[in-house]
Design a protein. Structure first.
Length: 202
């Protein structure tokens, strides 16, 4: 690690590194939560609302129709902000000569606030919060497309699927017809059309 940061940070340095750590943790929570929210979303409702022009549902539906690219966006975004949080906190700890406590502090901090809590929250409020952050997710996707990172990952995933004999690429593998049936069954339970026991059978 950078040796000159072993002493107390200046105000401007503290602003930068604390800010980076904060953005990283919040970003990690957001991407982790969205990953859960996207795949627990009521897809029947999404397809109905998605026909409204200019709506968050329309933005989300366009991304949802390319699940491989959507998953890549979530995973890459999450990795970037996790690295930012890790680096920011590591620099802060080193400035107080506490670099030996990196793992002790970073692991529970990112695991609890960057993974567990947001995933649990988005699972409970997927049909509300996922729409709220749909445009944020779309902007992330555009940014990753512009820097060519997402297309490269997309091509690599498609190549792996081809080598494994998965016809139709990663999109068909992620959104298998059985997954769609499960979403339909869950929607039926919510509407009272089917029982939880019938949904479990499906």
């Amino acid at each position: 690690m950078i040796s000159y940061l072993a002493s107390q940070l200046s105000v401007s340095e503290a602003f930068i590194w604390y800010g980076l750590a904060f953005v990283g943790i919040v970003g990690s929570a957001l991407y982790s939560g969205l990953e859960t929210g996207v795949y627990t979303l009521n897809t029947i409702r999404l397809h109905v609302l998605g026909h409204e022009k200019g709506s968050s549902a329309e933005v989300l539906l366009k991304m949802y129709n390319k699940p491989g690219r959507l998953l890549g966006t979530l995973l890459i975004g999450n990795n970037v902000v996790n690295y930012a949080a890790t680096f920011g906190i590591a620099v802060i700890l080193q400035s107080y000569a506490l670099s030996g406590f990196n793992a002790l502090i970073l692991t529970p901090l990112l695991f609890v606030f960057g993974e567990v809590l947001p995933k649990d929250s988005f699972a409970n409020y997927a049909d509300k919060w996922t729409y709220t952050y749909a445009r944020f997710l779309r902007i992330t996707q555009w940014a990753l497309m512009l820097c060519l990172l997402l297309p490269l990952v997309d091509m690599a995933a498609t190549g792996i699927c081809w080598l494994l004999g998965k016809k139709g690429g990663i999109d068909c593998y992620i959104m298998h017809p059985r997954h769609k049936m499960v979403h339909l069954a869950r929607a039926g339970v919510g509407l009272g059309v089917t029982s939880p026991d019938q949904c479990d059978i499906i």
